[in-house]
Design a protein around this ligand. Structure first.
Ligand SMILES: [Zn+2]
Length: 349
């Protein structure tokens, strides 16, 4: 099969488009012929590497993918060859007490490696074929575009788990989303709107704010004009603050704490601004704030969110589609932050 892989960490030039052996489906696994893969920031971080990361080289990145079932491993009865499927990249062990309780998204035992993200620590979807556990597939209805399915996977799943499952977002609440560009943030705008919340977005750049508005944001705050956006939120909410802040930047927590109402929730699934920063603890207890972290989502969240995507209630925005052979250019585009929506790879017809 054709695949995009790397033998060492580095800039986009370490990515090679080459031939690689097609995987075999193991017990309880299904072999999927990938038609579309979608990029996520984790693909860039995996390529760049971080202290302690251990990969089996060559490594194939890619968490998101959609295509068709081509072979079933021993013991698989649920799928049939030819079915169109989208992949849930959360590879829980399926056996530990947490997976059995429905928390299959890596809650697990401390330091255990019984959870993997497809394409991060195991070979992923930038390839003609990938073999994944049967329970990680979800059927794509006839006529639904494979690229939209692949683009929806990780970001809507993550946004749904954070806002709805963990954040318990309710109709009529107000939500501030910090950042207008990233895939999870754009998905969060739509999830919040669907939940019946009022949505504030702080971002920079006319194009990105326009997209946020098109996705349903009620109030747009241009960070380049209003650096102290927590003050703007304070004014827009009649000195009340918002019920929920979605902050996947991290370093912006001091402003998010100010923008939240007393008793508000701060939701986070990422740290695009850097891993470490200072917080003023007085805001946390003095304002009765809750900080709620999560990562990815559960099998149940995936089914719920994909049904909403297939019903047209959540609409993935696709920025650009590159052929698999141009994955390097796709990484460069994502790295430059030029994209408006998801970048996908056309792997096969
Ligand atoms: Zn488990």
């Amino acid at each position: 099969m054709k695949a995009v892989l790397f033998h060492k960490h580095g800039d986009p030039h370490v990515l090679e488009y080459t031939d690689f052996s097609t995987p075999e489906p193991g017990p309880a696994q299904v072999l999927v012929r990938i038609q579309a893969a979608a990029l996520n920031r984790v693909d860039l971080w995996t390529r760049q590497g971080w202290p302690g990361i251990k990969l089996k080289y060559p490594h194939i990145p890619g968490a998101d993918g959609a295509g068709e079932v081509v072979a079933l491993g021993p013991g698989v009865t649920r799928w049939t060859v030819g079915e169109r499927v989208v992949i849930n990249a959360n590879l829980g062990c399926g056996e530990c007490e947490f997976c059995l309780a429905g928390q299959d998204n890596g809650v697990g035992k401390a330091n255990s490696r019984d959870w993997h993200l497809l394409g991060e620590t195991v070979r992923g979807t930038y390839a003609g074929y990938v073999s994944v556990p049967a329970r990680n597939l979800y059927p794509i209805p006839d006529g639904f575009d494979v690229h939209a399915a692949a683009a929806a996977g990780l970001v809507y799943h993550t946004a749904w788990h954070s806002l709805i499952t963990r954040g318990n977002l309710q109709a009529g609440e107000s939500v501030l989303i910090v950042g207008a560009s990233g895939g999870v943030n754009t998905a969060s705008i739509q999830v919040a709107r669907l939940a019946g919340a009022q949505v504030f977005v702080v971002g920079s750049g006319v194009e990105k704010l326009k997209l946020a508005e098109a996705l349903g944001a009620d109030y747009l705050i241009d960070r380049s004009k209003d650096e102290n956006w927590s003050k703007v939120i304070y004014q827009l909410t009649n000195k009340r603050g918002v019920d929920v802040v979605v902050d996947n930047v991290g370093t912006t927590f001091p402003l998010s704490f100010r923008a939240a109402r007393k008793g508000g929730r701060i939701l986070t699934v990422g740290n695009t601004g850097g891993a470490k920063f200072e917080i003023d603890n007085r805001f946390l207890f003095g304002k009765h704030l809750s900080v709620i972290g999560s990562s990815m989502g559960t099998l149940k969240d995936f089914a719920t969110v994909m049904d909403l995507v297939f019903a047209g209630k959540l609409k993935p925005v696709i920025d650009h589609t590159f052929p698999l052979s141009e994955a390097r250019a796709a990484h460069e585009r994502l790295e430059r932050g030029e994209q408006l929506g998801k970048i996908t790879l056309a792997v096969s017809d």
